[in-house]
Ligand binder design. Structure first.
Ligand code: SUG
Length: 460
């Protein structure tokens, strides 16, 4: 069932996908992420990975979606290795790190910035008191390999969303366990239309020592961090809500809320085990999401699509990343699920998707399936690879124009990837100085293609 109502004021929800970096590898770095642990030390295919991501971006752009690109980061990260005491020329730094602390070298060589759902939390201007789009880069404090991302992420976001009349960039929160912040992976926005004021749902894993928390794996997002982001973004207190993720499911591999729930427009698709108190989430949304029925605020009712454990057990959700599908609205207002191939391979998951698509009581019109296996093997599905940014027409026009995906950028980036990326990488290769040179050449050319100026110079 599709909606006849067009977007309010030409406002769109753009997706900015992370380009996979040249050092994409499987190092088993992410505690609590079962795919990362399972595939540790397997050979990777960085070229295949970046091309898979580009194919998804191109397909969504071809469907009329506003699709942007965020750049990868320079890895191995020599400044961080030097900060940890490995001195000398770059080749020497790599050699020493490899022989003395290969785990540290792997952490400093991860291409994890590709999962841009963790790059930042973004609030649309219409939700923020000053009418501007607010960005807070995530500190990613829980894991060393990710905690080195925010500085470059902040620079990349400022380079792409530069116009201060439209965009506000906050600093990442202090990187302490109390303030662990993983960005948009634990943030969902519901609305009657992208251009209408929305409801922002922040999901956290822990809220202090005296409150229930996972026992086995880290709770990466804290309540204190979510509250700070909501304050920074000047959100109306009646239009944001903080909900705890069920601690038990974090211990079963649900390391972010976007592994067990996804929202879009008026729809919340979630597993019955997603929230510690799902009734509280539902009643807040029911109370607060109500369009006036005007052109600016279509009168859409919230749609709760709950998947029972008996239909899709948590383990199937984690292995298929069903809830890490993107839920998108095409320009005609129809809603689609963008799922990973792994969903087709799990019969229970695929049946649940068929049921959702066939049920006329919800707005999901169909499913589009993508091969993202290289990313999936590290626990990154379709929704992990993208950062959502709601933009009205003026804000959209203010975005660095070279970051938008279209046929010509796709052709250029595919050629760029084929020229610079290896098709096989194992952990020992991370110490190869030639890999660092290749990565630097690739990124230098990329800054030209995307018009990012001297994005990487500050760290060389
Ligand atoms: O932080 N994997 C990432 C996957 C992030 C997925 N993002 C969202 N769900 N939004 C992580 O766990 C694995 C790297 C390695 O093991 O080589 C890794 O960092």
């Amino acid at each position: 069932m599709s909606s006849a109502i067009g977007p309010v004021g030409g406002t769109v929800e753009a997706n900015f996908d992370g380009l996979v970096g040249p050092t994409h590898n499987y190092a088993g770095l992410a505690l609590g992420n079962v795919a990362s642990a399972k595939n540790a030390e397997q050979p990777s295919d960085p070229r295949g990975a970046v091309l898979q991501g580009l194919a998804k971006m191109k397909a969504l752009a071809d469907l009329g979606m506003a699709q942007g690109v965020l750049p990868p980061q320079e890895r191995p990260h020599i400044p961080s290795l030097k900060r940890l005491g490995f001195s000398g020329k770059d080749a020497e730094v790599l050699r020493k790190a490899h022989s003395e602390a290969p785990g540290l070298l792997a952490a400093m060589a991860s291409a994890s910035s590709m999962w841009t759902a963790n790059a930042a939390t973004v609030s649309p201007g219409v939700d923020c008191a000053d009418g501007r789009v607010h960005f807070t880069p995530a500190n990613l404090a829980t894991h060393l390999h990710r905690a080195i991302e925010p500085e470059t992420t902040a620079r990349a976001l400022r380079a792409i969303f530069a116009d201060e009349r439209h965009f506000v960039h906050h600093e990442a929160l202090p990187a302490t366990p109390q303030m662990g912040d993983e960005g948009a992976a634990n943030h969902t926005r519901l609305c009657t239309d992208y251009g209408a004021p929305g409801l922002e749902l922040f999901v956290y894993g822990a809220a202090g020592e005296d409150r229930p928390r996972p026992q086995k794996y880290p709770a990466r997002q804290t309540l204190a961090a979510s509250e700070a982001v909501a304050r920074l973004h000047q959100l109306d207190p009646s239009r944001r809500h903080f909900a705890q993720q069920k601690p038990e499911v974090i211990d079963r591999g649900v390391f972010h809320n976007d592994v067990i729930a996804v929202g879009n427009r008026e729809v919340l698709l979630y597993h019955e085990q997603a929230f510690a108190d799902k009734q509280a989430v539902q009643s807040w949304i029911r109370r607060s999401l109500r369009g006036s029925g005007s052109d600016r605020e279509p009168a859409r009712e919230p749609v709760f699509l709950e998947i029972a454990d008996s239909e899709v057990p948590v383990e199937d959700a984690v292995h298929s990343y069903l809830f890490n599908s993107q839920l998108i609205c095409l320009p005609d207002g129809s809603m689609w699920l963008v799922a990973a191939h792994e969903c087709e391979e799990r019969p229970k998951v695929w049946s649940a998707i068929q049921r959702l698509v066939e049920d006329p009581a919800n707005p999901i019109a169909g499913v589009k399936v993508f091969d993202l296996r290289q990313s999936m093997r590290n626990g990154g599905g379709p929704a992990c690879l993208r950062l959502r940014v709601v933009l009205d027409q003026a804000q959209r026009a203010a975005v660095n124009p070279r970051a938008w995906m279209d046929a010509s950028l796709y052709t250029r980036l595919s050629a760029w990837a084929n020229k610079h990326y290896r098709d096989r990488l194992v952990l020992a290769d991370l110490a190869d100085p030639k890999l660092l040179d290749e990565s630097r050449s690739a990124l230098d050319e990329l800054t030209q293609i995307l018009g990012l100026g001297s994005l990487y110079d500050f760290q060389r």
